[in-house]
Ligand binder design. Structure first.
Ligand code: CP3
Length: 346
């Protein structure tokens, strides 16, 4: 027996994930890689999103850009939730300004069979890119990620982004066996995609169920939760798992039943309320991404309000309440990182 457990975790991000006391409140931002950075736009010029995601040197460069510029406490792997689907042969494109678009939507029993399992050989560029990153990142942990089965299925069933997810919900109710067939195959794909990233060196994972907030709690429990649980089980007991959705205030408790160690909270639920409801969970969030476009004084006041509200939580990882908006001034994100670090260094 060693006394390793008594040695504090050096990375503030990993310490917070584990419910230990970090040396300062860790910060990273969803969608920190890409979006608003000029160096990202330059690196990406002339390359489609999916092409970029399968070019290891480019993936490593784009993943590093926000780490260098902001001094965040974790890197998020530059990829996309539809990468594993493209890797198994689904005809999906990421249309700029729109999002993922699927040529032939998935709506029938026959379509279930179009979703085969993911094999590490399908994504050698992921393993290679993470290998490059682990070396370059040093002590800064890399977060791997996947889209949750419901969010991915919504793109597959609708054929693209959707506001009401109507075809997806209609499929769940009319043909539940087709729905569960699609979602359970997606769970296996997501679980494997996460496992591949962890095996290559990712130190934590985040499951994005961005659109789960569109479901009632009863439907979430019946149609989404079992599949998200299965996806996260692929990396249980290996790395901390963060789970996040948008507009999921009514699902906070249900979403913890997936087993994730950290609950991502969007900007609509104050963290002190979330902490009351989830006393045993480390919370991640939740500055409104739009506030980053405001003047410095209100931006810093709201940053402080998030830190204050988080004091009653079991642990806190500072983040936005959803992704960085495209018009964000990178200088403002740097201001937030420096402020959180200064205000919380112990
Ligand atoms: O910075 C990061 O977080 C790194 C990587 C990342 C991307 N997408 C890169 C990306 C992550 C974690 C995602 C997750 C993702 N992708 C989600 C879940 C998170 C969320 O925001 O809710 C979803 C729903 C998608 C699907 C998707 N891909 C959308 C909605 C879009 C935006 C389309 C647009 O142009 O507005 C994409 C494309 C995408 N994924 C971009 C980036 C940097 C923009 C593409 C570009 O720069 O050309």
């Amino acid at each position: 027996m060693s006394n390793a457990a008594a040695v504090p975790t050096a990375s503030p991000f990993l310490a917070a994930c584990r419910g230990e006391e970090p040396s300062r409140t860790p910060v990273w931002f969803m969608r920190q890689a890409g979006r608003s950075l000029p160096e990202y736009k330059e690196a990406r010029a002339g390359t489609s999103m999916l092409e970029a995601c399968s070019t290891p040197e480019l993936v490593a460069e784009i993943t590093m850009q926000p780490v260098r510029r902001y001094g965040v406490d974790a890197a998020i792997f530059f990829s996309d939730i539809v990468v594993p689907l493209a890797a198994i042969g689904v005809d999906v494109k990421i249309v700029p300004g729109v999002g993922p678009v699927v040529a032939e939507p998935f709506r029938t029993e026959a379509d279930v069979k179009r979703l085969r399992n993911l094999d590490p050989c399908d994504v050698p560029y992921i393993t290679e890119a993470i290998g490059l990153l682990v070396e370059e990142l040093g002590d800064t942990p890399l977060i791997g990620f996947a889209g949750a089965p419901f969010t991915l299925a919504s793109y597959l069933v609708e054929g693209g982004p959707s506001r009401d997810h109507a075809k997806t919900k209609a499929l769940m109710k009319s043909q539940p066996e087709v729905w569960h067939g699609i979602a359970s195959r997606l769970a296996a794909i997501c679980g494997e995609f996460l496992r591949i990233q962890v095996e290559a060196g990712a130190k934590a994972v985040q499951l994005f169920d961005s659109w789960a907030g569109a479901l009632s709690e009863a439907d979430y429990r019946r149609f989404a939760l079992p599949h998200s649980t299965a996806a996260l089980a692929g990396v249980a007991n290996s790395v901390p798992r963060i789970h996040f959705g948008v507009g999921t205030g009514h699902l906070l408790e249900a979403m913890t039943e997936t087993g994730a160690e950290v609950s991502g909270v969007d900007f609509r639920i104050p963290l002190d309320q979330a902490a009351k409801r989830l006393p045993d969970k480390v919370l991640q969030g939740n500055l409104d991404p739009a506030v980053v476009l405001a003047d410095d004084a209100p931006l810093l006041a709201e940053t402080d309000a998030v830190l204050e509200a988080a004091r009653s939580a079991k642990g806190h990882i500072f983040n936005l309440g959803h992704g960085v908006l495209p018009d964000t001034d990178p200088g403002k994100l740097k201001l937030v990182v420096d402020h959180v670090h200064e205000a919380t260094t112990r």
